[in-house]
Design a protein around this ligand. Structure first.
Ligand SMILES: Cc1cc2nc3c(=O)[nH]c(=O)nc-3n(C[C@H](O)[C@H](O)[C@H](O)COP(=O)(O)OP(=O)(O)OC[C@H]3O[C@@H](n4cnc5c(N)ncnc54)[C@H](O)[C@@H]3O)c2cc1C
Length: 371
């Protein structure tokens, strides 16, 4: 589209998570008028770390925000998988993308703060919970819980795994339980029992449990995450220290000691869900990005990274196509084959047989997501 057409576009982004913030940055750089509507009154993220892949960092370079993000990260060279008793299984250098060769490890809270911090003042409107989307062809109307509404030429649904935009317009399929729980905490380097002495991500696996140590050396901290098989699909389950310790039985004593030292009040506990692939991500004036389009299990560490790449691909498509309608089709054609595959390989982290071995006779029992 011509830059004069792009400048006249009124875009409403629903959700100020990584997907919404990245889309807002990329689309505002086109010159469009962008507003972001977020249900929360205050943006907060889980205390845990993630790895920003080289392709993601390249997008930040393109948007002129590389330094703002990189300064709250530690660059990492490789990812290692070990047994529960610390015998190496494989070591993989992060695949380079263009000039960017490092994955950057970041605290989720720092990441969303840095990303929202590069948006123009006044772009994000907190306390706006979307209730209804009306697709009127070449424009759409959003209605919020407080009764206010806005109209936009393009609505970007970045409202996460339980997306209202997806449910209203594209799919009534809800999230799918993975038969797992995730326990996440950030601890000080001193509490890591000597297990962390460089900036590389390590995963220890044994008997249905995956334990991750993700160094956040720039903070003097480590993200300590356990993903363990559990048939209880309650969205935010009640878990005791003893329950958590059972998941690391047989692990290296130093890893067990880290788990034993956790303050359960600081551990984020949630059942693990994704969604099945959604056939259509767009109409002529509404499009999905991030988890609302393709929530995936975290076993490949690609959900947030994919959400960032969606924002870049959507902006590219608007620049390349002749109309919004064509751009949305081009965006889906570019991104969906990639995320369909990631959704599929991210599910290859557990099996019903494995659950049967750990919890004989109990199949995963999904519960209706509550939040
Ligand atoms: C245990 C775990 C570990 C993970 N580890 C990694 C990792 O290592 N690497 C990685 O890349 N990814 C990881 N992920 C995935 C990653 O967290 C998600 O893919 C990412 O947060 C998706 O971003 P999003 O912006 O699409 O959605 P979200 O982060 O869910 O943001 C959606 C936003 O929309 C808002 N919203 C929702 N409904 C409404 C509404 N009705 N009106 C207005 N606003 C609304 C929400 O409040 C929220 O701010 C992990 C996920 C889990 C669960």
């Amino acid at each position: 589209m011509q830059s004069s057409e792009l400048k006249n576009l009124k875009i409403a982004v629903v959700g100020a998570g990584y997907g919404g913030a990245a889309a807002a940055k990329a689309l505002s750089l086109l010159g469009a008028e962008v507003n972001v509507y977020e249900q929360a009154n205050r943006i907060r993220e889980v205390g845990a770390g993630i790895g920003l892949r080289p392709a993601t960092m390249n997008r930040f370079r393109e948007w002129g925000i590389f330094d703002a993000i990189a300064k709250v990260t530690s660059p990492s060279e490789y990812f290692e998988i070990l047994t529960a008793t610390c015998d190496p299984i494989m070591k993989e250098t992060w695949p380079a993308a263009g000039e960017q060769t490092h994955t950057h490890l970041i605290h989720r809270g720092d990441f969303i703060e840095a990303l929202l911090g590069v948006l123009p003042a006044g772009m994000v409107h907190l306390g706006h919970k979307l209730e209804k989307v009306e697709d009127k062809g070449d424009r759409s109307v959003l209605t919020f819980a407080d009764g206010t509404s806005v109209e936009a030429d393009l609505v970007v649904g970045a409202d996460g795994i339980k997306s209202v935009v997806r449910r209203e317009l594209f799919s009534d399929q809800g999230p799918v339980f993975a038969g797992e729980h995730a326990y996440r905490a950030v601890i000080s380097l001193d509490a890591a029992h000597g297990m962390v002495d460089d900036d590389n991500l390590r995963m220890y696996i044994g008997r249905g449990t995956k334990l991750y140590l993700l160094p956040l050396r720039h903070r003097g901290q480590v993200s300590f995450d356990i993903t363990a098989l559990c048939p209880d699909g309650t969205w935010t389950p009640q878990v005791t220290k003893d329950d958590l310790l059972k998941t690391v039985e047989g692990f290296d004593e130093r890893l067990v000691s880290i788990a034993r030292g956790l303050d359960m009040d600081t551990v984020n506990v949630r059942a693990v869900y994704d969604i099945d692939p959604v056939d259509t991500w767009h109409s002529d004036s509404v499009v999905l990005v991030g988890d609302s389009a393709h929530s995936m299990l975290h076993h490949q560490g690609q959900g947030a990274n994919s959400a960032i790449e969606d924002g870049g691909a959507l902006a590219d498509a608007l620049r390349e196509a002749d109309s919004v309608k064509e751009a949305l089709a081009l965006y889906q054609a570019t991104r969906k084959p990639v995320t369909d595959k990631l959704q599929s390989i991210s599910r290859q982290g557990w099996s019903e047989d494995e659950i049967d071995e750990v919890f004989p006779g109990q199949k995963p029992a999904p519960a209706a997501p509550q939040e």
